[in-house]
Design a protein around this ligand. Structure first.
Ligand SMILES: Nc1ncnc2c1ncn2[C@@H]1O[C@H](COP(=O)(O)OP(=O)(O)OP(=O)(O)O)[C@@H](O)[C@H]1O
Length: 273
């Protein structure tokens, strides 16, 4: 059963959880997130969906600790996010921002190395601490997992949009985070690359990572384990795709009539004109 608005309350805290507790967040002066409670877990792929302006990106930024809530709290493994040292938080929560720009002319391997937090890009990779074998191994592992190892020596500007997105994913994975938060990672990608990104994040979740992705395409979101449907800054529904992607919820959130079919084990949302 889907749970509605105020009835939503996260499960008791445990290791491997990222939770929003009655979260209120302003974006500028606008109350973009209003009383959102939700729990995300390692080993799960969760998608945050909802119409434009529903508060998805604002929620994601609050979960990352990039914005300070007006009320409520974010907890990581049961501990308030604000109590985590910044560096530990950055290692635990990786972020792939919307339309993230990669340093032009950088080699793929250097871009992924930036994910280790061991250097910064200033016309080249400037180390901020000694590079270790563990760093090297993490970068190779991230490149391998995203099928980008063979691009390692190429410049990011020479890659297609879809290949670049895989490199961004590798950069985030190189930090060896426990949660990966992605804001519209399939934007501007063709259908094959959209599915490619979803396939990769599903695979990472199956391997134990917690994935939280803002997605607009409901048929891609249907491939997630859990969905959180936001509307006007509030939770309209959360649960499995079957629980959330109902004609009634879609009408309430998007004001559209849609049929929801099941095809070869997957849900298919078909808007009606
Ligand atoms: N800096 C700001 N100042 C004022 N209002 C803002 C600011 N940033 C965001 N908002 C408003 O907050 C609301 C939520 O924005 P947010 O970007 O979180 O929504 P979203 O669901 O991610 O939208 P989209 O799908 O269009 O990216 C929107 O109505 C937006 O106009």
């Amino acid at each position: 059963m889907s749970r509605e608005l105020s009835a939503v309350s996260p499960q008791p805290s445990a290791v491997g959880t990222l939770e929003a507790h009655a979260l209120y967040v302003r974006a500028g002066s606008f109350p973009a997130v209003q009383g959102v409670s939700a729990a995300f877990r390692t080993g799960q792929f969760a998608a945050v969906i909802g119409p434009n302006g529903a508060g998805k990106s604002t929620l994601l930024r609050a979960l990352l600790g990039l914005s300070v809530p007006e009320a409520g709290e974010v907890r990581l493994s049961g501990r308030p996010l604000r109590a985590w040292p910044r560096s530990e938080r950055a290692r635990t929560l990786a972020y792939l921002a919307q339309g993230e720009a990669l340093p032009p002319d950088a080699r793929v391997r250097d871009v992924v190395a930036l994910g280790r937090g061991a250097g910064e890009w200033k016309w080249g990779l400037i180390p901020t601490r000694p590079w270790t074998q563990a760093d090297e191994d993490a970068v190779t592992d991230a490149l391998t997992r995203t099928d980008t190892l063979r691009f390692g020596e190429r410049r990011v500007t020479d890659l297609s949009g879809g290949e670049r997105q895989r490199v961004s994913l590798a950069r985030a994975l190189a930090a060896q985070p426990r949660f990966l938060l992605l804001d519209e990672p399939t934007n501007h990608l063709d259908l094959a690359y959209q599915l490619d990104v979803i396939r990769h994040v599903r695979c990472e979740a199956a391997g134990g990572l917690g994935v939280v992705a803002v997605l607009h395409d409901l048929n891609l979101a249907a491939r997630a384990d859990r969905l959180l449907l936001l509307h006007q800054g509030r939770v309209l529904a959360q649960g499995t795709p079957e629980e959330v992607l109902t004609p009634a919820h879609l009408h309430a959130a998007y004001g559209l009539r849609a049929r929801v079919l099941r095809d070869t084990g997957r849900l298919l949302v078909i808007p009606e004109d």
